[in-house]
Every structure is written in structure tokens, then in C-alpha cells.
Design a protein around this ligand. Structure first.
Ligand code: AMP
Length: 214
């Protein structure tokens, strides 16, 4: 059956600047995952989203994160993606959604200048987006300290584990603040994905676009 959204974006309790950016971007009706995830996420709960590419999952975690970053000046966010391309796509979407907020960010991926990343990191970014290997490199070098990061999103968890990033991801998650809000998005959920989420989330709310999927 066709999913009928309950909300429009204007119904969400999002900061005016985000509402303006949504309007400018032409986002009026939330996608199913956004419609279900955003209200829950705005209460501060951990969210698991079972949704694949093209579902609007990026804005589903980015909007609640940005809202918190704007309203709580001490908050910091890290977003982990399996590939450089996905990390860059997430950055582009966030750049548009965060326009005019003054929030600073850094993208930490392989194959791009370490020097630029180190420079951006020295400016104390509020948003870090990257791939597991490069994020771990920066943690090990002491150039990225995650103790004060209280918002974390893992995108395409299943793919990240398939690519062999379990140890890197576990190490990164162990470094972020215990008091935090976590977002896990995955196209599929198997035992490996489930175990990682169970270890690093607290009473998460699960939203599944495909309830019949394994
Ligand atoms: P994603 O699944 O996050 O990669 O998003 C897929 C595409 O849909 C991207 O190009 C988004 O810019 C676009 N998009 C996401 N949410 C909406 C929405 N509520 N209305 C219109 N377009 C959207």
C-alpha cells in the first residue's frame, strides 16, 4: 500500500532557518522515512532507520541533528559513511540544509589532502563527515577528539560492515560521548548489523520502510 505522510515539513518543530532552507530547496512533503523518523528524533531518542538509497534518509537524520546543533551550542555531530562518494553526497545535502546557520564542518575522507583536513580540524568544526578509515586515522593522530561529540549518525551500516569496517566503526563509536543521540541507517538488517546497533544504542526507536525484509 502507498504510504500517506502524516506531516508536512512545516509541522515539524524545526528552527526557522531550517524551515526557510527546506522551503528554498522545495521540500514540502516529507518522504516516508522522514515523516516517521524526524518527530521521534526531535524528542532526542535514538533512531534506527531501515531504508535504502533514494528514500530521503540523509535529511531524516541531518535535520534533527542540525536542529540540535543550532539550539545547543555545545553539541557536535559526526556522520560516518562507507564510501567517499556517499560522504560527499551527505556533505552537499547538509550544506544546503544548513545554509546561513554558520555551522562549521569538515569532511574526512581518503584521497584528499590531509593538510586541508588538519586545517579544518583546527577550527573546531561542529560537524564531522567522513569514512571510517580516515576518521580513525585522525583519532589515532590525536587530531580529532570525539569526547564532546553527542550526535552520531552511521549511514549504510550494512554496507560499512560488508566492506570490513567493523573494527574501525567500533573504535570510533567507543570514542564518542556516552551521553548522546545516535542514528543508524541501513538498507538491510542482519545479525551483524543488529549486534552493532544493540551495543551502541539506548532504547532505539526502529522505523522500517520494508517491515517484511529480513
Ligand atoms: P537520499 O535518499 O537522502 O540520498 O535522498 C534522495 C534524493 O531525494 C536527494 O536528491 C534529495 O535531495 C531528495 N529529497 C530528499 N527528501 C526530499 C523531500 N522530502 N522532498 C523532495 N526531495 C527530497
Amino acid at each position: 500500500d502507498e504510504y500517506v505522510p502524516v506531516n508536512q515539513f512545516v509541522d515539524f518543530d524545526l528552527q526557522d532557518i531550517l524551515q526557510n532552507n527546506l522551503r528554498n530547496r522545495g521540500y514540502v512533503i516529507p518522504s516516508p522515512i522522514q515523516d516517521q523518523a524526524i518527530p521521534v528524533a526531535l524528542t532526542g531518542m535514538d533512531v534506527i532507520g531501515i531504508a535504502g538509497t533514494g528514500t530521503g534518509k540523509t535529511a531524516a537524520f541531518a535535520l534533527p541533528m542540525l536542529n540540535r546543533l543550532i539550539t545547543d551550542k555545545n553539541s557536535k555531530a559526526i556522520i560516518i559513511a562507507p564510501t567517499r562518494e556517499l560522504a560527499q553526497q551527505i556533505e552537499q545535502e547538509i550544506r544546503l540544509l544548513a545554509k546561513g546557520t554558520g555551522l562549521s564542518g569538515v569532511i574526512l575522507i581518503g584521497g584528499t589532502s590531509m593538510g586541508l583536513q588538519l586545517r579544518d580540524l583546527r577550527h573546531n568544526p561542529r560537524i564531522v563527515i567522513g569514512t571510517p578509515g580516515r576518521i580513525k586515522d585522525h583519532i589515532n593522530r590525536g587530531t580529532l577528539k570525539l569526547r564532546n561529540f553527542n550526535l552520531i549518525a552511521l549511514d549504510e551500516v550494512d554496507r560499512m560492515l560488508d566492506m570490513g569496517f567493523i573494527n574501525d566503526v567500533t573504535e570510533i563509536l567507543s570514542n564518542v560521548n556516552d551521553i548522546r543521540q545516535s542514528f543508524f541507517f541501513s538498507a538491510t538488517i542482519d545479525n551483524k548489523v543488529r549486534r552493532l546497533i544493540d551495543t551502541f544504542s539506548k532504547e532505539p526507536h526502529m522505523i522500517s520502510l520494508r517491515p517484511s525484509a529480513a
